[in-house]
Design a protein around this ligand. Structure first.
Ligand code: ADP
Length: 414
């Protein structure tokens, strides 16, 4: 009997010892697992041996780890997408908290405002960015709890700043603002150019219209009775009408090129022929002024060009060269060059252009001497048209000029 009791006791002890070892092993496994969870290691899973008691706790912890890992991956994906957005948005963006302190900025912000993100964290936005009026813009967005937008000038640029207040998620309490900085300098310049252009066109048209009106009134008032006055005034009216006609033609030409409405059809051209035709248009005028007009075309050069555009370029350049030359003359050359296929140049020994004005040649309506240009029938658009036609064909233009000595316009044809 005692033996049986002893045997049962021994077996029980052995069983408990075995259970304790299993328990301790699983406990240590669980301990290690929880430890890893706390440190953020979410990829480990526990090996399950049942679905009750300890195993159930381990199973639930494994599910918890799997859920957390999934959430973590989702958050990471969200963060990555947000960071890609912030890095690639061309506008500068600053996020500020309820005390106007900078929380984060994107790379475009650094570029537009010449600031380093590393030096900004926690600083006040208005104090860090040297834009007068930014502080009051942020204040009015906060006080009105609405988006506020204004354009400021900063370092010779125009920056449009938009401040948008936001509340913390779930609560209605003001939590900060997203402030967006957009460089609108180019848009402003386009606006200015457009305004200048309209003013220039109106001015250019007003002068001949006023002159025509004046002469017509004088004729109607009785001057037409005198044959000499009649023919003189009609000539002036004809000249002014011609100016308007040329201006309108040039404007149409320019707008066709600028709006890309002109189809470019490049094909091999016979330079001797095209240049010869353009030169013949000005031979009479040159002879009347007593100046020479020569051409020197290399036989080696073969180019592709849009024939209409090339003819217009040559006409405008020769017109200027003959118009602004009173002694000496004009030579038009075509030569082979190493890096470009050919160079076409129109060289004159005329009045030239002061150095400071050379960069402005090719601007619409820019003239060194506006009244002289008008007297000679110029519209101030000839070189602008040439510049556009040259660019449209993928060529380059360069102007050299010595005031009082002459001008050379070179076109590099590829
Ligand atoms: P315009 O109708 O006034 O000639 P352009 O656009 O052809 O207009 O030229 C602009 C200005 O550039 C001219 O008014 C003139 O002052 C200057 N210019 C152009 N070509 C020459 C040249 N060959 N010699 C001297 N000045 C020139």
């Amino acid at each position: 009997m005692t033996r049986i009791v002893l045997a049962i006791l021994c077996l029980s002890l052995l069983y408990f010892a075995f259970r304790t070892i299993v328990f301790l092993r699983r406990f240590s496994e669980l301990d290690g697992f929880v430890d890893e969870l706390v440190k953020g290691g979410l990829s480990r899973r526990l090996y399950l041996k049942g679905k009750r008691g300890f195993s159930r706790i381990m199973y639930n912890l494994s599910v918890l780890a799997a859920n957390l890992e999934e959430k973590e991956l989702e958050n990471q994906g969200l963060k990555d997408r947000l960071s890609v957005l912030l890095r690639n948005i061309p506008d500068g963006i600053a996020l500020i908290d309820s005390k106007d302190r900078i929380k984060t900025v994107n790379p475009a912000f650094e570029g537009i405002l010449f600031l380093k993100a590393a030096n900004l964290a926690g600083k006040g936005l208005a104090e860090s960015v040297n834009v007068m009026g930014l502080g009051s813009l942020i204040n009015s967005a906060r006080q009105g709890n609405a988006q506020v937008k204004e354009t400021f000038s900063f370092n010779s640029k125009f920056i449009e700043i938009t401040a948008t207040p936001f509340s913390s998620a779930g609560r209605k309490q003001y939590a900060g603002q997203v402030v967006v900085f957009r460089d609108v300098t180019a848009d402003r310049r386009i606006d200015e150019i457009r305004k200048d252009f309209v003013a220039n066109v109106s001015h250019e048209l007003k002068t001949p219209v006023t002159a025509i009106r004046g002469y017509v009134d004088t004729l109607l008032d009785g001057a037409m009775e005198d044959r000499q006055d009649l023919s003189r005034f009609l000539n002036v009216i004809g000249f002014q009408a011609g100016r308007m006609e040329q201006l309108i033609k040039d404007l149409i030409e320019l707008s066709k090129i600028e709006f890309g409405a002109m189809a470019i059809e490049k094909k091999p051209v016979n330079l001797q022929e095209v240049v010869g035709r353009a030169v013949s248009l000005f031979e009479e005028k040159a002879a009347a002024k007593g100046i020479y007009l020569k051409k020197d075309i290399s036989e080696e050069c073969s180019i592709e060009a849009d024939p209409g555009m090339l003819a217009q370029i040559l006409t405008n350049l020769l017109d200027n060269a003959v118009k602004y030359t009173d002694t000496g003359g004009v030579v038009i050359r075509v030569r082979e060059t190493d890096d470009w296929r050919c160079t076409l140049s129109v060289q004159d020994t005329g009045i030239g252009v002061p150095k400071k004005y050379i960069p402005r040649l090719g601007e619409r309506f820019f003239r060194v001497d506006p009244s002289r240009s008008r007297e000679l029938g110029g519209t101030g658009l000839g070189l602008a048209i040439v510049k556009h036609l040259v660019l449209a064909q993928g060529w380059k233009m360069h102007i050299d000029s010595d005031f009082g000595k002459g001008t050379t316009v070179r076109i590099y044809i590829n």
